[in-house]
Design a binder for this molecule. Structure first.
Ligand SMILES: [Zn+2]
Length: 494
């Protein structure tokens, strides 16, 4: 507890000056949030220090000394250069050579290290740590954990604020900013080098020109689509569309990276099998990936277009929003020399917490909307209005895309819209997403699965509840591509 308190005093000036700048400390909610963060920080650190020292007094002392010295250096850099100790910064540090880093040495840095690192370090080495019994340890630990959990849930209405500021909040508390971000840096490096397991080769079975556009939704939950029975009319355009079908579906996770992986894989697995775009590209299908989002498994194709690339050919206000994904798409399809085309559009429209910033003003159908990330300032109605407007905008984008596809007379075409996961909008006092799937509320995994097919191309089966893995097999079926891993049970088309 003493070490945690010292850690709090010496190294958290930058953290709390950020918090005070960004929280309304005159409101009750603001004061509650600030006090909660302080208590949680003290208790969590005390608990972790206690845990390491209980397991091994030697390792505990060693780590504490190390933490104090590194934290002193980190806080020096934050105070002097205004840097954030995030994943990118850790990458910079680990890739820096001696000549570069020695240029940072200064008297002030030495003073920081001695005052905040070495002096507490001497105390830590000399102090006698009392041995505790397992029983006492068990009681203290469980009581502490319960207390932390209770405080976290009492602050559920502040999660949005924390999520919105997580990048900065995660870069300032010592010693976790550099510990966690070093881990993230290496795990990211490992993941991007991870080799996918190749699938058996596929064969294109005919010369019919056909195109599938797979639209990956972001945080779209089926409950708020009027197609799925929502009372407000959030699908004014799609509801009038012919050959449009919607199915009940669930996501296999509640966060983006896992949800997107599941949409692209042939089966739900922890391993990394060749994903749909890579597989089709390797087997001579034209594949185009357009994104305003992130978090997909590594895509190995020629035409990968992110927002910056798309913006270059886009004109007008709409380019700042997800409509940019449709820029010149029809022409790009027509320009292809291949008969089979897969296009993936990875959208970001319903991503919180600032839902009202994700659509152009003319799509503000439901008012008033929540414009703040501090939930204390918004009513539930305002929050849901803003979210519903993102669905109205999604409705527009999908309709516009379908209108484009209708003009491709030579092609048999299909549009599949599947969301990566759902979203909580205050039900059970939860917001956003990311609750582990086994205990997640249905709002976070009940997703829309909307399919449109061009006249005379295909019919759909009377599908029951679908999974994200149905996408893979359905796309193979629509493009008439034969593969040993194809599973007719997982195909939505007749
Ligand atoms: Zn997502």
């Amino acid at each position: 507890m003493l070490m945690s308190f010292l850690n709090f005093l010496l190294f958290h000036f930058p953290f709390y000056s950020f918090v005070f700048k960004n929280v309304d400390y005159k409101s009750f909610n603001g004061v509650f949030l600030i006090i909660s963060i302080m208590i949680i920080m003290l208790v969590v650190n005390a608990f972790i220090f206690y845990l390491i020292c209980f397991l091994s007094r030697f390792v505990g002392k060693f780590l504490l000394v190390l933490f104090f010295i590194i934290s002193a250096i980190a806080v020096y850099f934050i105070n002097t250069y205004g840097v954030l100790i995030d994943k990118t910064m850790i990458g910079n540090i680990l890739n820096t050579n001696y000549a570069e880093s020695s240029s940072f040495f200064s008297i002030k840095l030495i003073i920081y290290i001695i005052l905040f690192g070495v002096l507490p370090g001497i105390y830590i080495i000399k102090v006698k740590i009392i041995n505790e019994t397992w029983k006492r340890f068990a009681i203290t630990s469980s009581a502490t954990l319960l207390f932390i959990l209770a405080l976290v849930f009492a602050n559920a209405s502040n999660w949005l604020w924390i999520d919105k500021n997580s990048k900065i909040l995660g870069a300032l508390p010592m010693p976790w900013s550099y510990v966690a971000n070093t881990y993230l840096f290496y795990s990211g490096k490992f993941k991007s080098n991870e080799k996918e397991i190749l699938l058996p080769n596929a064969t294109i079975k005919d010369n019919q020109k056909s195109v599938v556009v797979l639209v990956i939704g972001e945080s779209a939950r089926s409950e708020n689509f009027s197609l799925y029975g929502y009372k407000k009319n959030t699908n004014p355009l799609l509801s009038k569309m012919d050959n449009l079908f919607h199915f009940d579906a669930t996501s296999c996770a509640t966060y983006t990276t896992a949800g997107v992986k599941c949409i692209l894989e042939y089966t739900n697995t922890d391993k990394l099998y060749e994903i749909l775009p890579n597989y089709l590209y390797r087997n001579n299908v034209e594949v185009i990936w357009r994104t305003t989002n992130w978090g997909e498994p590594p895509v190995h194709i020629k035409d990968y277009q992110n927002k910056d690339a798309l913006m270059q050919n886009c004109k007008g206000e709409a380019c700042d929003f997800d409509e940019v994904l449709l820029t010149g798409l029809k022409d790009q399809i027509l320009a292809s020399k291949k008969n089979k085309i897969l296009i993936v559009l990875h959208t970001s429209t319903s991503h919180g917490p600032t839902y009202s910033k994700k659509y152009p003003p003319q799509f503000e159908t439901f008012k008033p909307v929540c414009n703040s990330v501090e939930l204390g300032d918004c009513s539930q109605t305002e929050l849901i209005n803003a979210y519903d407007n993102t669905i109205v905008y999604t409705d527009y984008i999908l309709s516009k895309l379908i209108e484009d596809l209708k003009q491709l007379n030579e092609y048999k075409s299909a549009m599949i819209f599947v969301s990566d996961h759902g979203e909580s909008l205050g039900e059970k006092n939860l917001y956003m997403h990311g609750v582990p799937i086994s205990i997640a509320p249905k709002e976070q995994y009940e997703i829309p699965f909307i399919v449109w097919v061009s006249a005379g191309s295909k019919q759909v089966k009377p599908n029951k509840v679908l999974s994200q893995n149905h996408v893979f097999h359905s796309v193979l079926n629509f493009l008439n591509i034969q593969s040993p891993i194809y599973d007719e049970e997982m195909n939505i088309f007749k």
